[in-house]
Design a protein around this ligand. Structure first.
Ligand code: 3HC
Ligand code: NAI
Length: 686
């Protein structure tokens, strides 16, 4: 048919096969091939039934996301679907891998769907700030019912074949390895039996119940928080309402309008950018893709504190044995008990079985002896943040670990090269910087030291992906990418409260922007004392210092910027606010009202500026890596694309003017990119 679509006919059954690696996305050639193949099969009297199958690792994984930013070439997907759906002969989609987005929507234009047990189906467009725009919002509820369809489209998570079968999305599950033969046989039987062919658009079993306005009202209410800042979920709900209220063609038209609104929105552009940015992080220009990895089959963790325990869990979760080493028995016992407790919470929620808990704990070997790390492949140090201590430990490890073992430090700020220098094998040393809680947060910064070998770096990145993290590469600097980027936000927040806005106002603006919490609430959570306060040297010169001196260390002690009730719910604190007002009075600065937008720009333009500095220094490989790190490491709202993408949306000239007005010097790279009319988020280090 064409290079990516073939049509074969055997014994009266046509098989249309898409072969367009890597994921059979619905690119223009695929759409052209599909349309032509189905038209030909329909017109061929020798064909009595048609099967749609895919070669390679998966059924169609959706529209080709890259095409959304350009003019349409080739037939519109709707026209392709119309040809498939108009077939007078039984049509069967044969699903393996993942039928996602436009892929599932094409399958829903067939009369029947068969799948292997390992297949999954879903409409994940919401993650791209979109809605299923190829009839998904209209056809899925007709089969699966409104509540399930809403869950699938707003949640975006694919479901397993057995569940899809229960919901009527899939008609038959067939054995692995026999998909094509079974699909052909299914199609032939339908033709032989003269089975009445009903298009999904004409079915209504899913609309028989749970379609009243209260279903939608409840759904909106339940998810209001999660919808904040996103446009797609609201439009999905509206489209499904249309599916219930209107005849198919009108509902389909409404879906189209709602899709158009989204596809041109900054939110969707940002989320599409993040989709590709996340996948880019794995590509390191000067390390070949086929660089051999060092096999990692066992892991050692040093320190069973906050981070060590969480880090260990990542590896236990994928079935790797972990030896965890502590300095004292009681601390070790406490660390191990915390790991068990965390797993027990998952068991209690029904997300893990008691046997799985035992299996994972069985892989954990607690120890007080570093010598027990002699045979492991990867050692991650997570002891106190003190350079001398880390150097001492790496010095010892040098004599204990296998020569080819990877020695990683989870340091937040320290110089990885100085740690590596404590060994005779700095090429095996790398930073692996997890974020707290380490078993939950998706970001892993792999810190490439001056002497880290390419294979050690490539392995650390790959290990990150194995444990489900998004691994971002950073060079050595104070705070690496994410922590360094966020430091200026904190400084700007502290400075701003001297000019008028109270901490709660500043936090409110950050939450409205889309952050899970503002900087002051975050300080209270982490502990005001933790960020470097020392009673011995405290000089009452900042609000934070005074609050610490008053014993207001945050949630853990007497409240901080906020007061807390017994359920840890914050309320503005008259005591803390008075401290702020006293400082405002002493500051000599003019006080005034700030709009939410001004607060946002005051706090976040310095972050953009830091990003430009960091790129100029070559700390990150590319701007999009920085954006990914902030989204996964600090909950930067994904619908803004991250700080650097957002800066381009705001306009670099505005960012520069805002920085200057607030007394910051714009980074030279920022000025260069703005002067050239280029985009900051597309910047790559040469
Ligand atoms: N369009 C274009 N490229 C895509 C793509 C798509 N829909 N899906 C994946 N790719 C690319 C990736 O960018 C990556 O490229 P790279 O190798 O150059 O980095 C390559 O395919 C492989 O992707 P992954 O690394 O993600 O491979 P995995 O095996 O880990 O995952 C997957 C496979 C589950 C299919 C995952 O790629 C995925 O979730 N893809 C997106 C699915 C999706 O969102 N579909 C909906 C699209 S929007 C739509 O259909 C609109 C419609 O309603 C009109
Ligand atoms: P923590 O204080 O909770 O745990 C450190 C543990 O190391 C303690 O249990 C201590 O007993 C143990 N330890 C100290 N010396 C040891 C030795 N010689 N041998 C074995 N164990 C020893 O500290 P936390 O928060 O887990 O931090 C650990 C490291 O992770 C630090 O470098 C920190 O900067 C970094 N980090 C911390 C994050 C956080 O949010 N807490 C986030 C990311 C990194």
């Amino acid at each position: 048919m064409n290079a990516v679509t073939t049509l074969t006919v055997e014994d009266g059954v046509a098989v249309v096969t898409i072969d367009s690696p890597p994921v059979n996305a619905l690119s223009a050639p695929v759409r052209e091939g599909l349309k032509a193949a189905f038209a030909q099969a329909e017109g061929d009297d020798a064909v009595r039934a048609i099967v749609l199958a895919c070669a390679g690792r998966t059924f169609i994984a959706g529209a080709d996301i890259r095409e959304f930013d350009s003019e349409l070439v080739g037939p519109h997907l709707h026209d392709v679907q119309a040809v498939i759906e108009a077939s007078t002969k039984p049509t069967v989609a044969a699903i393996h891998g993942t039928a996602l987005g436009g892929g599932l929507e094409v399958a829903l234009c067939c009369h029947f769907r068969v799948a292997v047990p390992s297949a999954r189906v879903g409409l994940p467009e919401v993650a791209l700030g979109l809605l299923p725009g190829a009839g998904g919002t209209q056809r899925l509820p007709r089969l699966a019912g409104v509540p399930a369809a809403l869950d699938m489209m707003v949640g975006g998570r694919p479901i397993r074949a057995d569940k899809a079968c229960e919901l009527g999305i899939i008609d038959k599950i067939v054995p692995e390895g026999e998909l094509l033969a079974e699909a052909v046989s299914y199609a032939r039987k339908a033709a032989d039996a003269g089975t009445k062919l009903v298009r999904v658009r004409d079915r209504s079993e899913g609309l028989a119940q749970d379609t009243g306005p209260e279903v939608f009202a409840e759904f909106r209410k339940k998810h209001a928080r999660a919808f904040h800042g996103f446009k797609a979920p609201a439009n999905i709900v509206k489209a499904v309402e249309a599916a219930v209220a209107l005849p198919f063609d009108e509902g389909f038209k409404r879906e189209g309008e709602l899709f158009e609104e989204l596809v041109h929105s900054n939110e969707s552009k940002a989320q599409r950018y993040q989709f590709f940015a996340e996948r880019e992080t794995a590509k390191i220009p000067d390390i070949p893709k086929d660089m051999p990895h060092i096999p990692v089959k066992s892991v050692g963790v040093i320190g069973a504190g906050t981070m060590g325990g969480g880090i260990a869990m990542n590896f236990l979760n994928i079935g790797l044995p972990v030896t965890i080493v502590e300095a004292k028995q009681e601390v070790l016992d406490r660390g191990v008990a915390t790991i068990r407790k965390n797993y027990q919470i998952t068991v209690d929620k029904g997300r893990m079985t008691a046997e799985q808990l035992d299996e994972r704990m069985g892989l954990l070997k607690p120890s007080l002896a570093m010598d027990d790390l002699a045979q492991v492949d990867l050692i991650i140090e997570a002891v106190f943040e003190k350079l001398e201590l880390k150097q001492e430990i790496f010095g010892k490890l040098d004599g204990i670990a296998r020569p080819d073992a990877i020695l990683a430090s989870n340091t937040s700020f320290l110089d990885v090269d100085a740690i590596a220098a404590a060994t005779q094998r700095p090429e095996t040393v790398v930073g692996m910087h997890f974020f707290s809680p380490a078993n939950v947060m998706k970001l892993l910064e792999v810190v490439r030291g001056e002497k880290s070998s390419d294979s050690v770096v490539a392995t650390a990145m790959a290990v990150g992906r194995r444990i489900g993290k998004v691994a971002v590469l950073s060079r050595v600097c104070d705070g690496f990418i994410a922590n360094r980027m966020m430091a200026p936000r904190m400084e700007a927040a502290q400075a701003l409260i001297l000019e008028g806005p109270m901490p709660s106002q500043v936090d409110k603006a950050m939450v409205a922007y889309g952050f899970p919490m503002g900087p002051f609430a975050m300080l209270d959570l982490v502990g005001l004392d933790v960020i470097g306060w020392d009673a011995a040297t405290s000089s009452s010169s900042t609000v934070t210092e005074v609050l610490c001196e008053m014993g207001r260390w945050g949630q853990k002690k007497s409240g901080g910027f906020y007061d807390y009730d017994e359920k840890r719910r914050p309320s503005p604190s008259p005591v803390a606010d008075q401290v702020v007002r006293d400082f405002q009075a002493k500051s000599g600065k003019q006080h005034r009202e700030f709009s939410e937008r001004e607060i946002v720009e005051r706090l976040l333009f310095p972050v953009v500026n830091e990003g430009a500095k960091l790129l100029d220094e070559g700390i990150a490989i590319r701007a999009s890596d920085v954006d990914v790190a902030l989204v996964y490491g600090y909950g930067w709202p994904v619908f803004t694309g991250g700080p650097l993408f957002w800066a381009d949306i705001v306009g670099l000239d505005r960012v520069i003017a805002g920085l200057e007005a607030a007394g910051h010097e714009p980074a030279p790279l920022l000025e260069r990119i703005a002067a050239d009319g280029r985009k900051l988020h597309q910047y790559q280090v040469a």
